[in-house]
Design a protein around this ligand. Structure first.
Ligand SMILES: Nc1nc2c(ncn2[C@@H]2O[C@H](COP(=O)(O)OP(=O)(O)OP(=O)(O)O)[C@@H](O)[C@H]2O)c(=O)[nH]1
Ligand SMILES: [Mg+2]
Length: 228
């Protein structure tokens, strides 16, 4: 049957459908292994790696944690995250502006998911492309740093809409950039009503305990609380 859709739209829909199927398989595998998978999306430089390094360091004494990190090029972020002592793997996407489910699946071949309790996935810094790609995660965090402008949720609604939780980062710089927290919260709520919002600084550690407690509760839900 001849499609009435432009060819490019059709190809794009097929790619996304393929990704959704693979993501569904991944999600099932993650559930079966009892691992809680948390992905991070944001614009370049919002502080995903800094936040993750801090989070891994705080969680690692009590949980089996690991991280995958996506960038077009370099192993820089993996090297930074490895300082937490957690297992880390870099995914280089080349020219692709987002991670997809196949890249995640390939990166996991050498890891035993049964041995993990929390797997973090740092996506490529980009507020557009990652929104459309399900990675099989349980929880998607969208980060917004105080230096980016409070209007970003309004300009990039899709990424906020497809995330579960918003994390405002670099709170230690809030005063210097006259960050308007009320406006940022209003804008997030207007695109994603009821969204839970955390405010943190990876540098000073402000707000990190609350976020880590929230993640720990999610891990317990994923069904593998470590004894003791
Ligand atoms: N003052 C301050 N600076 C921060 C904080 N978090 C990150 N930064 C700085 O912001 C810059 C970018 O941080 P990254 O953690 O590399 O950001 P990213 O989102 O991982 O960047 P990409 O992976 O390239 O998209 C670095 O210079 C960090 O040191 C913070 O909480 N406070
Ligand atoms: Mg990074």
């Amino acid at each position: 049957m001849m499609s009435t859709q432009p060819r490019l739209v059709e190809v794009r829909q097929n790619v996304l459908k393929q990704n959704d199927l693979l993501a569904r398989d991944l999600r099932r595998r993650f559930r079966e292994a009892g691992v809680c998978v948390v992905s991070l999306v944001s614009s370049p430089g919002s502080g995903k790696t800094a936040f993750l390094e801090k989070t891994l360091t705080l969680l690692r004494p009590q949980y089996y944690v690991a991280a995958l990190v996506g960038d077009l090029a370099t192993e820089n972020d993996a090297a930074r995250l490895a300082r937490s002592q957690a297992p880390v793997k870099q995914i280089n996407t080349g020219t692709v502006c987002h991670l997809d489910a196949a890249m995640v699946q390939n990166a996991l071949t050498e890891w035993n998911l049964e041995e993990l309790e929390i797997l973090f996935i740092e996506n490529v810094g980009n507020l557009v492309c990652p929104a459309s790609y399900d990675l099989g995660e349980d929880l998607r965090l969208v980060l917004l740093s105080v230096t980016e402008g409070e209007d970003k949720p309004l300009k990039y609604p899709t990424i906020f809409n497809t995330a579960d939780v918003a994390v405002i980062t670099k709170m230690d710089l809030a005063a210097a950039v006259e960050f308007d927290a009320a406006a940022a919260h209003d804008n997030i709520q207007s695109v994603r009503p009821g969204m839970r919002i955390f405010q943190v600084s990876a540098k000073t550690g402000i707000g990190m305990d609350e976020l880590v407690a929230f993640l720990a509760a999610r891990v317990a839900e994923a069904g593998k609380v470590m004894a003791g």
